[in-house]
Structures are given as C-alpha cells and as structure tokens.
Design a protein around this ligand. Structure first.
Ligand code: HEC
Length: 111
C-alpha cells in the first residue's frame, strides 16, 4: 500500500517537472508568430493586407513591388522609416526579430 502511494507520488513529480521543463523550453526558444505580430501592429491599417489609409498602397505583391518593396529587408526598412500616414516602428516598439517575422508573414501571405 505504502509502496504504491510512493510510486504514484514519484510519478506525479516526474510528470510535473516534465511539464515545467517543457514550458521553460518553449519560453526560452520563444517562437515569434508573424501572423500574431501583424495583427497586433499592422492590421488596424492593413486589414487582410489592404490599406485603409491609402488604398493605393496595399501589401499585395503588385503594389509593394511597384513601390520597390520586394524583400524582407525592404519591408523592415519600410517599418523603420514609413511613408506618410503610417506609424513609425523603431527598434523599441518592434524588435528586429518581430519585424522580420512580420516581413516574412507578409511575403508569404499577401501575393
Ligand atoms: C496608422 C496606420 C498604419 C499602420 C499601423 C501600419 N501602416 Fe503600413 N502603411 C500605412 C500607410 C498610410 C501607408 C502608405 C504610406 C506611403 O504613402 O508611402 C503604408 C504603407 C505600407 C507599406 C508599403 C505598401 C506599398 O504598396 O507601397 C508596407 C509594406 C507597410 N505599410 C507595412 C506595414 C507593416 C508591416 C505594419 C506593421 C508593423 C504597418 N504597415 C502598419 C498605414 C499604416
């Protein structure tokens, strides 16, 4: 009886520490979700990749490329130094990693 209880509590402990270890792991290697970041920072003005402020400058590939924005680097440059009517996203509001995740999201989502 005692033994069974002991084994059970050891199991519980193991499960518990395994769970927290797993949690710590995901925290450490924190994956940035480009879609989520986009929603948070950009979707107010660019819902669905559009542009409610200046409808001629959507995030579609056609519009972007017409304005010379072709790569993730170009997109990040645009966030750091945007045109009129768009918020400026500096390193403080949008760290490089997040800006990159958003850029990649835009490139693969809005064609
Ligand atoms: C307050 C509204 C607003 C927010 C927020 C906003 N934008 Fe913009 N965005 C604009 C406007 C207005 C323009 C057109 C600026 C211009 O005339 O060059 C624009 C232009 C762009 C362009 C160029 C599109 C083209 O066809 O030339 C890109 C790329 C872009 N935004 C990306 C983003 C990203 C990424 C975010 C979030 C990090 C963001 N924007 C947040 C308003 C916004």
């Amino acid at each position: 009886m005692m033994k069974k209880g002991l084994i059970a509590s050891i199991c519980m402990l193991a499960v518990c520490s395994f769970a927290t270890a797993g949690f710590a792991d995901t925290k450490k290697g924190e994956k940035i979700d480009g879609a989520k970041e986009f929603k948070e920072h950009c979707a107010v003005c660019h819902p669905g990749g559009g542009n409610i402020v200046n409808p001629k400058k959507t995030l579609s590939k056609k519009d972007r490329e017409a304005n010379g924005i072709k790569t993730a680097k170009d997109l990040i440059k645009n966030m750091r130094n945007p045109g009129p009517g768009m918020n400026k996203f500096d390193e403080k509001t949008l760290p490089e990693k997040e800006a990159k995740a958003i850029a990649e999201y835009i490139l693969k989502t809005f064609k």
